[in-house]
Ligand binder design. Sequence first.
Ligand code: G4P
Length: 531
Amino acid sequence: MGLTEEIAKRRTFAIISHPDAGKTTLTEKFLLYGGAIQTAGAVKSNKIRKAATSDFMDIERQRGISVSTSVMTFEYDGKLINLLDTPGHKDFAEDTYRTLTAVDSVVLVVDCVKGVEAQTERLMEVCRMRDTPVIVFINKMDLEGRDPFDLLDELEEKLSIKVRPLSWPIGIGATFKGVYDLYDGDLKLFESIKSKIEGQSVHIKDLSDPKLDDQVGEDAANTLREEVELVNGVYDKFEVERYRAGRIAPVFFGSAFNNFGVKEVLDTFVRIAPTPAPRPTDQGTIAPDQKDFSGFVFKIHANLDPNHRDRIAFMRVCSGHFERNTYYHHVRLGKEVRFSTPTTFLAAQKTLVEQAWPGDVIGLFDTGNFKIGDTLTEGADFTFRGIPAFSPELFRELINKDPMRSKQLEKGIRQLTDEGVAQLFTQSIGSKKVVGCVGELQFDVIRYRLEHEYGAVCEFQQIQAHKACWITSDNEEELAAFIRVKHTQILQDKDDNPVFMAPSAYMLELERRNNPAITFHTTSEFKTASI
Ligand code: G4P
């Protein structure tokens, strides 16, 4: 097969959700359909348990295990599907945001009882930044959930995206009888069977067909007729192009646990999900079918064993094709590198890969050459854009507890932040270092790793900080004046961009008002076009 056929065959996506909505369960069902796993429960055992919040080592250990499930590749309906895993734990949300830069679409799982939750909103914000196409799966329909119309309203309101149901539930919870496929006119009757692959399906093209009453009873049949009429009246017709542009999200209802409504999502996914998309660089867009290979690193996974300080860099192939043992250009370092043991993750097993194509994710053995966002090419000097840093939520000053080991501390914290474990902001005056994280657990991870991997002892001190805001202005003089006046609150990010450390929401608002010429950004994405 040539490059064009390889691209046409690939679909690279992630399943995202607020913890507990059913991401792991849905992933598992997809893998069962794809033949990548044989038994239910295979993915579950790798899952980071929410109960383990106090034991970060356990979480890290599980993160270690989860390397093999970081990318799950399987074939379905003639397509090669790369499913990228995202950590469920909210303290590692940044990992998820970065993974979203490497996919071409997402499936969003929403719990029908809880509706749109906090984490869902934040993940969708990231998707909207780059117009990522979204398919919504409303899960747990076997439970007493909310009214489907209310759920759809909430999706539109909270996620700022238009929705279009492609299936419609008949009842909910105890009265849940099945779903009606609005696309093909198939009626699927609900059976609560854990991992049954095929469910019962009855074809009813015309809803006035009395067969419907026979199947679900007169009352439920009439309700379905009314609701479908309403759906078709209220919601725009589904158009694939609008979905691919990230303008409209098709919605499905079902129960992942009961493997109900899952096949419909997967079948629709392979039919409509986009093939590997072009990606912007600092020198224009790179189309996947460009002959020369290019790719970028979106995730780095460290080995926790201090005797093996090797890491795996996850690279998304963006154009051309990658070959093992071939020299490629590491743009940031300006040097040629080659890989003898790149891995791929077909059938959930780490296997040596000889070549990879756009949309594929490969694991590259790394001894410290890579940072998140690094680009590899066949010689050209461009860099992929849009791997954003978000303002962390928690900030602590890093205090060195052993002055004899300050070099180790410096090296350690730089390497850990290159890996994306946390963000580092520095101040030249007094060489102050502020570490920003999304969750408390990350500070424990850093302290532990600095000590065990670098032999450096540190402490984190509370500081008064609410948000890290990247500051820009069209008026350079004003920006310089602001930096001068606020110098105690100005730090540099890893690329030396000035960042204003706002002590509180109130102060941030005040500075915004007092300095209209300056823009305060809460993500570093402003520097780049979306990917
Ligand atoms: P997550 O990855 O998004 O965090 O969610 P996960 O799949 O682990 O699902 C969270 C819980 O919801 C699990 O129960 C799972 O069995 C349950 N669940 C998933 N889909 C459905 C569904 O369609 N209906 C119902 N009723 N429950 C569903 P748990 O008790 O936390 O875990 P487990 O003991 O089942 O492993």
